[in-house]
Ligand binder design. Structure first.
Ligand code: MLT
Length: 268
């Protein structure tokens, strides 16, 4: 695994790479970092070049102002792809990483060979969710830990918590490293993101949708509904998992993504 610090705007974006050949980009979710994909990087790099990026304000990447829009994050991803001279990629986005992948696909469609929304949605925030974001911003400004610990626990299916305590610990440790500025900037970016429903309706690339039936953040029914609007899709439904399939069910999810990416590149 090689670490890189790539110039972007007035700072740097950190990412790790492993493997050779056709490219898969992995984008973590809110309060995550490349480390969330540890297992995936090792599995996928046997067949592909994997680039796992720390999005702005997360992991070892810098913050770039008061708000990180999904478009700004997509520009950071673009800077990384340009740096490695990647022309085509399968992009996998976990939750907020999925919002970024959709913003990227809108702005830079020529790069996308396939797109996986991993517990993510093309729908914008509801009015209620926007209010939750504003409340969260206030709490983070007072004490980020008060927000982070319960938020991370909520990403796992309740019944899984006792079986995968190490994963819960790992996700919490990663989240606690996120600077308050990065947390607030991402909350604003997610709150203000536009709908990407038209993009997925008319997508020229194959899509994979991974849904956890026990997801407490993005309800199963809503994600299933979005599945119906996509024509060229593969769906993976995780019966017993929540919003963190890569930690709750790494084998099944990495296997499905490897297969999906293989198919995308063959169909190219
Ligand atoms: C995430 O996991 O990235 C976030 O929970 C997404 C969101 O809050 O919409």
């Amino acid at each position: 695994m090689i670490h890189h610090h790539i110039p972007f705007l007035n700072g740097n974006i950190h990412c790790v790479t492993k493997g050779k050949g056709r490219c898969i980009v992995l984008l973590h979710g809110f309060l995550g970092s490349w480390e969330i994909w540890d297992y995936f990087i090792n599995v996928l790099s046997k067949s592909f070049k994997v680039i796992a990026i720390d999005l702005p304000g997360h992991g070892k990447s810098d913050c770039f102002g008061y708000a990180h829009s999904m478009e700004l994050m997509a520009d950071a991803v673009h800077a990384v792809l340009k740096y490695f001279r990647v022309k085509k990629t399968v992009m996998v986005g976990h939750s907020m990483g999925g919002y970024v992948a959709l913003a990227f696909a809108k702005k830079y469609p020529e790069y996308i060979t396939g797109l996986c929304l991993f517990h993510s949605t093309a729908y914008p925030d509801s009015e209620e969710k926007k209010k939750d974001r504003n409340r969260a911003i206030k709490i983070v400004k007072i004490n980020p830990k008060l927000f982070i610990r319960p938020m991370i626990k909520n990403l796992f299916a309740k019944n899984n918590l006792k079986y995968i305590q190490n994963e819960v610990k790992k996700a919490t440790q990663i989240a606690l490293q996120t600077p308050p500025q990065g947390i607030v900037a991402a909350l604003i970016g997610m709150r203000d993101r536009p709908s990407s429903i038209n993009l997925i309706k008319d997508a020229h690339f194959p899509m994979m949708i991974i849904i956890g039936k026990k997801d407490n953040v993005l309800p199963y029914d809503t994600l299933l509904q979005q599945c119906h609007v996509i024509s060229n899709k593969t769906c993976l439904i995780l019966e017993y998992d929540g919003h963190f399939g890569m930690l709750e069910n790494p084998k099944a999810t990495s296997y499905a993504i490897r297969k999906f990416a293989g198919k995308c590149f063959t169909a190219q």
